[in-house]
Design a protein around this ligand. Structure first.
Ligand code: CA
Length: 216
């Protein structure tokens, strides 16, 4: 999953990026509204964390312009607990909001819920055959036994599982699993897929030659 964080306070942006990376996301940062809007329009992020008070174009304007072309889930960060701001945010097409200061753990939980909802998946547990993916704990089990997988393998598996039954192209995977600072991605997808097959069964992930992958 790939997330964009738009925040002009350098310390907060830094800790957001760090926490998101530690939680296994590919993540890009933007220090102002212009850059944020540019990135949000250029990439298909799985979610955007958007501060309202930004220099130049503010979060409201970023959201308004983004909604003309994209449905990317947006979590707004508001500076105070003003009902007016929350109502305006939700009316403008925001999907959720969080009042500063907030706990990073709450932000991460809300993001997980947003991403699940946008994949029409209300439950945190995904059951596929004898494999269970717990998206809240980021754990995977097969026939009730926990399967140890790496953060990258988890991200790949979760993305495929949330798009179950659909063809997921290699381009989609590169866009959603790697961020703009990541330049080590060549051939890695095949390695991750191969490792997941060893752990979850050879037919768990199907290769569509020349097109991509699919979980059925
Ligand atoms: Ca701000």
């Amino acid at each position: 999953m790939r997330v964009l964080a738009v925040e002009d306070e350098p310390d907060l942006l830094g800790s957001l990026l760090k926490a998101l990376r530690e939680d296994g996301y590919a993540v890009d940062g933007a220090p102002d509204g212009e850059d944020g809007l540019d990135k949000a329009e250029s990439y298909d992020y799985d979610a955007v964390v958007l501060d309202i008070m930004l220099p130049g174009i503010d979060g409201w304007e970023v959201l308004r312009r983004l909604r003309k072309t994209k449905k990317t889930p947006v979590l707004m960060l508001t500076a105070r607990d003003a009902v007016r701001d929350r109502v305006r945010g939700l009316d403008s097409g925001a999907d959720d909001y969080l009042v500063k200061p907030f706990e990073l753990s709450e932000l991460l939980a809300r993001l997980r819920a947003l991403i699940r909802r946008s994949a029409s998946q209300a439950q945190p547990q995904l059951e596929i055959g004898d494999v269970t993916i717990d998206t809240a704990a980021r754990k995977v089990s097969r026939q009730g036994q926990e399967v140890l997988i790496t953060a990258r393998e988890y991200s790949l598996l979760e993305f495929l599982a949330l798009h179950r039954g659909e063809l997921v192209t290699r381009t989609m995977l590169y866009d959603h699993l790697f961020d703009e600072n990541d330049d080590t991605l060549s051939n890695l997808l095949d390695v991750h897929v191969s490792n997941l097959r060893k752990k979850l069964g050879h037919d768990f992930i199907i290769t569509r030659r020349g097109h991509g992958y699919c979980i059925e």
